[in-house]
Design a protein around this ligand. Sequence first.
Ligand SMILES: [Zn+2]
Length: 597
Amino acid sequence: MTSTELRAEDIRWDLTDLCTGADEARAEWTALVERAQELASRYRGEVAALDAAGFRALLDEADDLEQDLSRLQVYSYLRLSMAAAEVEANDLATFTRDRAAEIENALVFLGLEWIALDNDKAEEILSSPEIAPYEHKMRVEREEKPYVLSELEEQALNARRPTVLAWQALHDRHVSTLEVPFDVGEGATPHTISQLLSYLYRPDRDIRQRAVTALFDGLAPRADVLAAAYDALVGDRLSIDRLRGYTNPMQPTNMNNELDDKTVEAMMAATEESYPIARKWLDAKARLLGLDKLELADQYAPIGDARAFTWPEAVEIVESSFGRFAPRLAEIFRSCIEAGHVDVLPRPGKAAGAYCTSVSKTILPYVLMNYTERLRDVSTLAHEFGHATHNVISLEQQTWRSHRTGIPMAEVPSTFAQAIADDYLLENESDPGTRAALAADRLENAFAAIYRQTVLARFEQRAYGLRSEGRSLAAERLSELWVEENGKYYGDALEMPAGYSLGWSYIPHFIHVRFYTYAYSFAQLVALLLYRRFREDADAFAPKYLELLAAGGSASPADLVAPFGLDLRSTDTWREAFAELDALREEAERLATQAAQ
Ligand SMILES: [Zn+2]
C-alpha cells in the first residue's frame, strides 16, 4: 500500500521504535541514570588532563548517552501528547523529568570543566582533527566563559530562580485564566484569549470587531499585575547582565543564537525600512474587503475562499513538491509516514497544534498534526516535514551534539519547505478562491513573522532602555511604547482601537525569553533569500541546499548561508529579501483581485 492510499484515520503514531511500554521505559531510565553516573565517576575532575583523543572518547560516549536520553524523553512526551489525561502517561512524565534532571546533574561537569580550561589548552584540543565533529559546538560553549562568575556567585544567582519563576508563573496564570464573556450568536459564553483571537480570521466583521473589544476590555483589569511581572523580570535581567558584564540587553540572546549584534541590527533596520510593503498590502486589502480603511480587527480577515484538502491530497502535494525539488526529501517524508511516525487527526485528549521532534541518529523523527482539511493544514504538514528532513539529513552527517541549530536557523528549512509546497499548490490549483486564499495566507504569515516580530523586538529594546535609565515599566508607560512602535509599522494604513494599547500585556515571549521574537523574522527572511537563489538557478541551488541541511548546527548561521553568497551583516543582503517579499505581495494582490471578479 502506498502512503496516498492510507486513510487519515488509520494513521496514528507507532511508538515501538522508541520503547515498548511504560514499564520498559522506567527500567531503561534507571539503567541510563546509572550509566551517566558511571561515566561521571570516570571523568569528573579529569577533563583538564585529557588529550584530544581522550576528550573525543568522552564526547562520543556522552553523545551516545544523550541519544538514549532523547529517545526515552520523546517516548514520554509523545505518550502525553496522545493522552494528556492518562494517568500512566502523566506518571511516566513525572518519572522522566526527575530521571532526566539526575542525568543532567551527573553530566554537568563536562560543560563546566570544558569552560574552565585555559585558552591555550582548549585551543590545542579544538584544533586537533579528532575533535572536528564537535569543534563548532565546543567553541560556542566557551564563548560564555567571560560572562561566567565564580562558583559561589553562580550558586547565589541560582538560588533566586524560584522567585524569577514565580513572576513568570504569575504572568502566565493571569493570562491563561482570563475568561471573557463573548457572544458568537448563541448567547454569551466564557472565552479564553486564544479563542477570542481565533475570531480574527472570521469573515464576519462584526464578530471580529467585537472579539477585539472583548479581548482588551478583558485584559484591562489585569494590566497592572501583568506590567508588574514584566517590570520585575526586566529589572532582574538587567542587574544580572551588569554583574556578568554584558554590554547590552540583547547580547545574551544574540550569543545564544550565534548572531552578532551587527547582524541583528542590520536585519531589523532593513525590516523597518520596508514597512511600506505591508502598508501597500493593507491598502489593497481594504479595497478588496470594500472598506475605506482597515481596522486592527480586519488585519487577518480572510481573502478568497479556500476549498478543503483531504489527507491523501495533502500527502500528494507535500511528496510531489519535495520530490521535484530533491528526491531525497520526498523519500524521507514517505519513510516517516510509512513507519507510523505521523499522527494525523485531532482527537479528544491529544495535544493541539503541530510539531516535529527529532529522536536520534538511528530513529526517524516523529510529527504531530491536527489535520482538519484546511488549506493551512497542508502548509503545516510541509512545515513540519521541513524540520523532519533537516533532522534526518543533518543526523546522517553530524554528531548528535552538532546536528541541532539555534532557533533562528532551525526555522529556515521549515519555512523553505512551506514555500516549495505553496508553489506547487499554486501551480496545480485551478480554483481561484483557493489560489487567492493561499497567496494571501502566505503573505500575511510572512508579515506576521517578519514585521510584527520586529515591532515586538523594538518594543523590548525600548522597555529595557527605559528600565536601565531607572524608570519603572508601569502599564501606562508600556502602552505608550507599544502604540508608538506599532504606529511606525501600520502608519496610516490601519486604525488601532484605543484598547490595543494593551497589546503588549499577554505576549509570553517577553516574559520567558527576551528578544526571542526576532528569530521568527530571521527565519522568514533567510528562507526568502534562499528562495530567491533557488528561483534564479534551481539546478545549482538544490545540491547546495542539501549541504546546508547536512551541516546541521556544525557552523554559525553566517557560515551556513555564506555558500549562497549571503552576507548577513550587510543591510543590502536583507533588502534583497524584501524584494522577494514585495513580489509575493504583488502576486497576492493579483490573485485576490482575480478571485473577487
Ligand atoms: Zn517550525
